[in-house]
Design a binder for this molecule. Sequence first.
Ligand code: NAP
Length: 275
Amino acid sequence: MTSQPLHLLSDSLTAFLGPYLPPSPPSDRVFVTLTYAASLDSRIALGRGLRTQLSGPESKCMTHYLRAHHDAILVGVNTVLADNPGLNCRYRVAGKSPSEASPRPIIIDPTFRCKLSAGSKVMLAASSKEGKEPWILVSAEWHAAVSPSDLAHIQSIESTGARVIPVKGLQSDNRNESWAAILKLLKERSIRSLMVEGGAQVINDLLLAAVQDGDGTKVSPVDVIIITIAPVYLGKNGVEVSPASALDYLYDIKWEPFGRDVVMASFNRKARAVS
Ligand SMILES: NC(=O)c1ccc[n+]([C@@H]2O[C@H](COP(=O)([O-])OP(=O)(O)OC[C@H]3O[C@@H](n4cnc5c(N)ncnc54)[C@H](OP(=O)(O)O)[C@@H]3O)[C@@H](O)[C@H]2O)c1
């Protein structure tokens, strides 16, 4: 896999993003950035399972710049099935190889539907040292009863350095338990900054999730929200981001044109304070 490095962002655009990047040095918990590209009618794809390019070159470059600033990048399994994404970083970072600059790809896939192969882009990126090997989070219940054919598949992709990790509490129908379990696991594995890119179910769930803070308060796991808005309509069959009733959420909101797109960056009022 050979992909072209992306052009550098201008100083004014990196200055715009600077305040929203994960803290350095990292805090003692997982800092979560939610980021995606949407149409004017809040759709992120033309239809379920359809790969839809929304970002223009400048905002695409921003996505890779953000990837370079996070330890890990997370998507849901339907995004892997629809888009076959590479989940690596093509923004060149001085002193780092493409693999070192890339975040760890993480796929939420409770019943291992993604069926990655050596030809999947995320695997190709890792084997060509342009990215890291993915971690696939499956439910502990599914893993405990894994079939011989799935076990053989797991062994084959793990032989390349990928990992299939059973997570207790990972289930689509309990977003709070699920996100608490994911963040606990990532923290145990030294991930301190996580960029969540989609798809719609992951975004909608994450915006409404509440996890327990150290003192028992319920807080949102999302620290920062960065949304690219592209000047297109995708229509009513599009995959919609519309999290029930979320948002008195946002503060320190800034908007910036990125080529033909506009990017909104903000903090989340309901997040835990960064220590
Ligand atoms: N424009 C953008 O920026 C952007 C970015 C990414 C994706 N997309 C688009 O989004 C579409 C896919 O979105 P989608 O809503 O269909 O799917 P998705 O969010 O990618 O994946 C949803 C699946 O992931 C698993 N999952 C998600 N959250 C979970 C949780 N908290 N706990 C346990 N399992 C969880 C579930 O798998 P199970 O069903 O197996 O339980 C669920 O069905 C694609 O068309 C893609 O092109 C757009």
